[in-house]
Design a protein around this ligand. Sequence first.
Ligand code: PHE
Length: 361
Amino acid sequence: MKTQLEKLKDDAITAVKDLVSSPKLEELRIEYLGRKGKLASILKELPTLAVETRKEVGQFANEVKSAVELAFMEAEKAAQAIENESRIKSEWLDITAPGAEPEIGHLHLVTQAMEEVLHIFTRLGFSRSRHPEVEWGHYAFEALNVPKGHPARDEWETFFIAKDPENPEVAMYEDDNMAEMVLTPHTSNAQVREMEQSELPIRMININRTYRRQSDITHVPMFHQFEGLVIDKGITIADLKGTLDFFAQNFFGADRKTRLRPHHFRFTEPSFEIDITCDQCKGEGKIDGLKCRTCKEGWLELGGAGMVHPNVLQAGGVDPEEYSGFAFGWGVERTLMMKSGINVGDIRVLYKNDLRFLKQF
Ligand code: PHE
């Protein structure tokens, strides 16, 4: 029996030496040391031995068991080391290598301009409000003192929302006063809405999409405007001029000036076109004795403004005897393109989604 045990020890130790992988080692361990393994089956005979020999053989069997266990433990350690090493080799990571930088986009040029415009007016105490871009004719025109059929409407090249073609004779709108729906052609629709919704005094800046049937190098059918509206007691043209100068100096540069040029809008009285000194010729109209090619006369047209017409105040439930106000409404794209350094020949490029263009800003 001792020889059997001796042999088992030698066999196990040689077998273990040949193995390098942990799962196979485990199999082998069970084969030798498991409950039904080789050692156990030899020791089954133990009770048949005489008492003294049993003791001696028993002791020897324990020694064999420890030796074999030790061999397994060492083999396991060696196998682990080999596995670790090959993992380190295959999963090698150079922590000093430069990373792959993810491409980070940025806001669209026009969105950037809108944020800047908003920021400037916020500093004067204006707050942004939002009003519908799909709008009743009432707010886009009638309430602004532009009655139905008035020729002044032609300027606004309006898109109308069609009635239900299946049932053309069914009135689409309940209230005859709001008989038509349009894509708002200007942000001035916000004026009467704001008066209806807000407490006086009002300092509103409304930046929104606007729509007109037009497309050429200076026009796109969908564009943006920002509309300012201030209503309080004792508001005068001086307040309008001061606000416009503040905007022009902060948006375009400290040396830019504005001027008010008489004009006509149905919803303001008096009305103005606002011009700003040209960046190229600094308001001179000439560069080295030659006519400035950008502006021709020293000034560039920014957009409309005026003192809110009494009829419009009334339409918004405000008493024109007590309150007065000014309003202005300019195109975001146009204003943006007049900013120095941005030289875009064709306004439509803003909406072509050409990354080669957009990435430059
Ligand atoms: N809504 C006018 C336009 O789109 C501009 C404007 C706004 C004029 C406010 C006067 C006052 O042309």
